[in-house]
Design a protein around this ligand. Structure first.
Ligand code: C5P
Ligand code: C5P
Length: 465
């Protein structure tokens, strides 16, 4: 069916439910999709049982209530329909709102999914929170205040990364939020921390693109900001958001000139930024990418409900706890990234691998992999292995790559799903970011197999895909 029919059907099924079990993923996109549907249902007076899980896998299936509630899966489910079938969950009790690559149930049970990957180019870069928002908006036009959360989910799942802005339906959702006065879009530098970080740190931390003479060199960034009058002393500390339009212009042209003088392209220097005017200035909730990090900091450290409380408007006790989680998350992610870079990755033909053992939780391995990859050979996907605390017989695998590698024919989701199945594990995700669980002991053979599969994808090339 078409997208409009699917969204209407999902909205009707939710609105008609007597009670809902809402099962969602623990990352920023999962927490925002959860919050959108949770609030939309609450406004209809429909009771919700919340269930957050790190992934749908055999160990977490028992968390799904065995009752006659409607089971709504957000940001997961599409890739694990086989598990739902195995658990004998009835299709009439299921609605999946997702954007992961769909894997149908092997024995033919047909679950109803609204999956952004089904509806062509316009929907391709739309995360689960975007899908959830379209359903919520269809349920009740008053739900437009939730568009802001969909922007956070989309940005958190890197939907704006390749093009330096949201595109297609995800951009339309941002426009919807703007039209209702919740959001302001502006062209800014393609750096992180525009609301909370001192500008010299935002600039010197920038690695996409690398700014010659500035990236990795905070003292040089301070020098530049003093030279152009944005800092009045070297000890000054202003955020990007505090600059006026003329100052943004002055800074942008100086950095652009510096890149051009060094023969670098300025193509990725600027990105559309999404600011929330109803949030306090200089807080992580003020822009979409920092908001998403705060939610990841809660969810990936086993406190998704704190993130959901922030999404629902809590700016008191839960918000303070989220701030604390954010500080902790940032420092451990930095440490993990340094650990990967200092230990070094193993080169294995087409990929680079590292086993981080039990040093860091499996829920942040993928984020660390993505960050470390930006400082490694970006032409080769990274594969990180780690232990899973409550599953001693399994290892978690996280892979990340870049669009330029996808354009050569690589698809991480396909490679991980095939390799994991061969070794008695299971995987899923996206072509650019995927994960799997595999039995302990097979990891060396598994990595070799992933390398072979990726080599085969490269040999087949993009034309055959
Ligand atoms: O889809 P899922 O939410 O579970 O993705 C987890 C991670 O995958 C995100 O945090 C993001 O880093 C990465 N991702 C990506 N590009 C995409 C989709 C996901 O880098 N297109
Ligand atoms: O955990 P990580 O962030 O590396 O996951 C990357 C992507 O792979 C996410 O979209 C996640 O939902 C998916 N994944 C999966 N099955 C797994 C592990 C991860 O579908 N067993």
């Amino acid at each position: 069916m078409g997208v409009v029919e699917d969204i209407s059907r999902a909205a009707d099924r939710l609105a008609e439910a007597d009670a809902v079990s809402l099962i969602s993923h623990i990352d920023a996109d999962g927490i925002t999709s959860f919050s959108i549907i949770n609030q939309a249902l609450a406004r209809e007076g429909i009771p919700v049982t919340p269930v957050f899980i790190r992934q749908l896998e055999p160990m977490t299936i028992p968390h799904i209530p065995k009752d006659d509630t409607l089971k709504v899966f957000t940001d997961l489910g599409s890739g694990q329909q086989g598990l739902l079938e195995e658990a004998e969950i009835r299709p009439e009790d299921v609605v999946i709102l997702d954007h992961h690559i769909s894997q149908k149930a092997p024995n033919g049970t047909e679950y109803f999914e609204v999956n952004s990957q089904f509806y062509g180019e316009e929907y391709q870069k739309c995360s689960a929170a975007g899908v959830a928002y379209l359903v919520a908006r269809r349920m009740n036009a008053a739900n437009t205040d939730l568009a802001k959360l969909a922007v956070v989910g989309n940005v958190g799942d890197m939907m704006a990364r390749e093009t330096c802005r949201l595109t297609g339906i995800a951009h339309w959702i941002a426009e919807d939020a703007e039209a209702h006065g919740h959001l302001k879009m502006m062209q800014g530098l393609n750096c992180y921390g525009l609301s909370t970080r001192a500008l010299h740190l935002s600039l010197s931390n920038c690695d996409d693109p690398t700014i010659p003479g500035i990236s990795g060199k905070p003292a040089k960034a301070i020098e530049l900001l003093c030279r152009i009058g944005i800092y009045d002393t070297p000890s000054a500390s202003r955020t990007f958001e505090e600059l006026d339009a003329e100052e943004v212009q002055r800074l942008s042209s100086t950095v652009a000139e510096q890149m051009i003088a060094n023969g670098e392209s300025v193509e990725r220097l600027f990105a559309e930024q999404y600011f929330f005017l109803d949030e306090a200035e200089k807080t992580p909730l003020r822009n979409a990418s920092e908001y998403a990090t705060m939610l990841n900091a809660c969810g990936r450290w086993a406190k998704p409900y704190i993130g959901a409380a922030v999404c629902a408007g809590d700016r008191g006790v839960h918000y303070r706890e989220a701030e604390h989680m954010l500080r902790h998350h940032r420092s451990i992610i930095r440490e993990l990234c340094e650990y990967i870079l200092e230990t070094g990755v193993k080169r294995l033909g087409t990929i680079q691998t590292i086993n981080i053992g039990n040093r860091y939780p499996d829920t942040i391995a993928g984020i660390g992999a993505g960050m470390a990859l930006s400082k490694l050979n970006t032409n080769k996907p990274i594969l990180v292995l780690c232990e899973v605390e409550d599953e001693p017989d399994f290892l978690k695998v996280s892979m990340r790559t870049y669009e330029k590698v996808l354009r050569r024919g690589v698809n991480l989701q396909e490679a991980l799903c095939s390799a994991a199945a061969e070794f008695g594990g299971s995987g899923g995700g996206h072509n650019i970011a995927a994960g799997a669980y595999i039995p302990k002991g097979c990891e060396d053979d598994f990595c070799r197999r992933v390398n072979e599969l990726i080599q085969a994808q490269l040999d087949a090339g993009p034309a055959n895909r």
